[in-house]
Design a protein around this ligand. Structure first.
Ligand SMILES: Nc1ncnc2c1ncn2[C@@H]1O[C@H](COP(=O)(O)OP(=O)(O)OP(=O)(O)O)[C@@H](O)[C@H]1O
Ligand SMILES: [Mg+2]
Length: 303
């Protein structure tokens, strides 16, 4: 099957420091693929190599089934990029930011105006088209950066933390738009450290840590495989609880302030534990990608 992105043993070093340590993955057409990982995992360093912002130190990169050897001319027009920082022009209005950006691509004036209007509408910014960037909320800026990344009607959209810093409502708004784009057949590569974002949007993802890929798969399959359907969370874990869990061979992750029981966690065990340890706060909840990360690294995704 033809792929949109294929990377093989991709590496990025800064001096003696290795930010991306030989990673490989493939993204198919119309797929939403995620790079999930904590701060410093190497997500931004990875995708910067994928859109030609910084050269790979080693490895192979194929875009649209074409090996990229420093020749970005043919593929750049087919990629839309939304960087981690909102690098908008502060002196321009919303609309002029889009129109100015359109000049980087081979769009006619009327073509640029048409797509600008369509994108303003799609991202619910049309009523603010003349507003200056300085007056925008974080959510509006983010929507504008997203709109801008679509101005060249790309075949591949690369998003670096599309919703970081947004409140839950704005975040849901962005997710809905991204889902629409995905349903329309756009291929999306995104980075995030929000496990909720990753499980909602991504068909497949890799979990990255310290420049390496820990696991790859579909969110629900990873959760099922590494953690199970549900977990029991208890806080704070007491010595009595710890010895009970050890004696009964239950698998758990101890974070100090709270403890998470994996795999055999079910309603029966939950009832039993709440009876035995009624003085502790016990919750039975669906397992998440955060639990997968915790299981794989012993650390929390967000520090
Ligand atoms: N230009 C650079 N020079 C030196 N080190 C760098 C450079 N860019 C990134 N790094 C280092 O590479 C590592 C990975 O950084 P990167 O920005 O790719 O992480 P990230 O996963 O995107 O993190 P975040 O979630 O904070 O955005 C970090 O330790 C960072 O300090
Ligand atoms: Mg980053």
């Amino acid at each position: 099957m033809p792929s949109i992105i294929a990377v093989k043993n991709l590496r990025k070093t800064f001096g003696t420091f290795t930010a991306v340590d030989g990673i490989s993955f493939t993204v198919q057409k119309a797929e939403c693929f995620g790079l999930l990982g904590p701060n410093g995992a190497g997500k931004t360093s990875t995708i910067r190599m994928l859109y030609g912002y910084s050269p790979a130190s080693d490895g192979e990169l194929y875009l649209f089934d074409q090996l990229i050897n420093n020749d970005w001319r043919t593929v750049k027009n087919r990629i839309g990029v939304c960087q981690q920082e909102d690098n908008l022009d502060p002196d321009l209005s919303i609309r002029d930011n889009l129109l100015t950006y359109a000049r980087y691509f081979n769009l006619s004036k009327s073509g640029a105006r048409q797509i600008t209007d369509r994108l303003l509408k799609f991202f619910a910014l049309e009523n603010r088209a003349k507003t200056n960037i300085r007056e925008l909320s974080g959510g509006m800026k983010r929507r504008l950066v997203l709109a801008r990344s679509l101005i060249n009607q790309p075949d591949l959209l690369i998003l670096d933390e599309p919703t970081t810093g947004l409140d839950p409502q704005s975040r849901h708004q962005v997710w809905e738009r991204l889902e629409e784009l995905k349903n329309a057949g756009l291929t999306i590569l995104l980075t995030t450290h929000y496990m909720e974002e990753a499980s909602r949007l991504c068909d497949r993802l890799v979990i990255m840590n310290q420049g390496r890929i820990l696991v790859e798969g579909r969110p629900q399959e990873l959760i099922q495989h590494y953690v199970g359907r549900e977990v029991i969370e208890i806080s704070p874990p007491s010595p009595k609880l710890l010895s009970y869990l050890k004696n009964h061979g239950l698998r758990f992750e101890n974070l100090g302030q709270r403890l998470v029981i994996h795999n055999q966690a079910d309603a029966g065990l939950f009832t039993l534990l709440t009876e035995l340890f009624g003085d502790l706060r016990c919750t039975l909840r669906p397992a998440t990608l955060e639990d997968v990360f915790l299981h794989l690294t012993g650390r929390e995704l967000r520090e």
